[in-house]
Design a protein around this ligand. Sequence first.
Ligand SMILES: *Cc1c(COP(=O)(O)O)cnc(C)c1O
Length: 368
Amino acid sequence: MSKFYPVAVPAFLGNEKKYVNNCIDSSWISSNGEYINLFESAFAEFNDIKYALTCCNGTVALHLALMAMGVQTGDEVIVPSFTYIATANAVRYCGAKPVFADCLSDTWNLDPADFERKITPRTKCVIPVHLYGNPCDMRSIADIARKHNILILEDAAESHGAAYDGKKVGTLSDIGVFSFFGNKIITTGEGGMIVTDNDNYADLMKRLKGQGMDPNRRYWFNMIGYNYRMTNIEAAIGLAQLENIDEHIQKRRNVAEIYIHELEQYQDYITFQKTTRNAENVWWMFSLLLNKPFKLSRDELMLRLHEDNIETRPLFYPMHVMPPYEDKTAQCPVSEDIASRGVNLPTHGMLSKDDIKYICRKLIKYIK
Ligand SMILES: *Cc1c(COP(=O)(O)O)cnc(C)c1O
């Protein structure tokens, strides 16, 4: 059988097995253990920020951050319509209402002008999402948020190590969150991390993720909390992944560079996601939009590539068209357009130059 090309494959380049075995040999397999502390402090250092808190996935990280910010029933939170559904769901978990803003047609990230348009007296927070590894225009977003007294929570679930104005994403606002799902830039299987410089937020999120236990009195609970903890085994994998994060990112950048080199002459037919000004993209997913003259529809292309053993994914459906969040008045035409004609191509560190050339050769066959 010929080779299959999945969209995403995790890469284990270092101490993953060794550290996991240490957990089992030492019997520290649950949510206490040295790897939790080591992973948190290494992640804080990598991002040059005071606090990094592990939790059991990226969705939970968003929920903890919103709770720490005091988001509750009656509040509105502005969320890009063009994102993964977890961003909107976490807002709902707090009883608040996600209000969808459109994205920009070049970077596919939150449109600052539409964010400002959708502010009401009930807007408490905005969640810019650094989509597919590409940082948002944080300067414009922060200016507007400051002017209207709105908190910023960065959803950096797809963009570990990406930077804007020389600072790592996730650290450009009040709180930032990351995911370590199996297909992300680095992985722990399932897992999440929250970063902040704010003492009060960090303290509250630590309590909330551990059932609300009083840090100074064991088994005394003074609030309703959650069990949102990461295990030591997951942290062991995370620490090993983080030790090689520069290499993980460099491999993705090489993949994107080769795709661009192979495909740039076809820009009448396809459009690439543009990296934001002053930003360093980590290319979680390399993606294309199919333009009018492209011979096949997006869905036909995906089927054909599948027959060539190449997996692709449609870009995210806009939030405001799906049943839980359907809103015919949302007005996010750019999100609808991009979602309808975009695909993610295989993007991960295990792809060789020949693999990418094969994928491009097949794709080019269907262009005209
Ligand atoms: C993956 C992802 C999440 C959620 O992370 P999980 O670890 O899967 O819960 C949130 N937001 C975005 C943009 C994501 O891509």
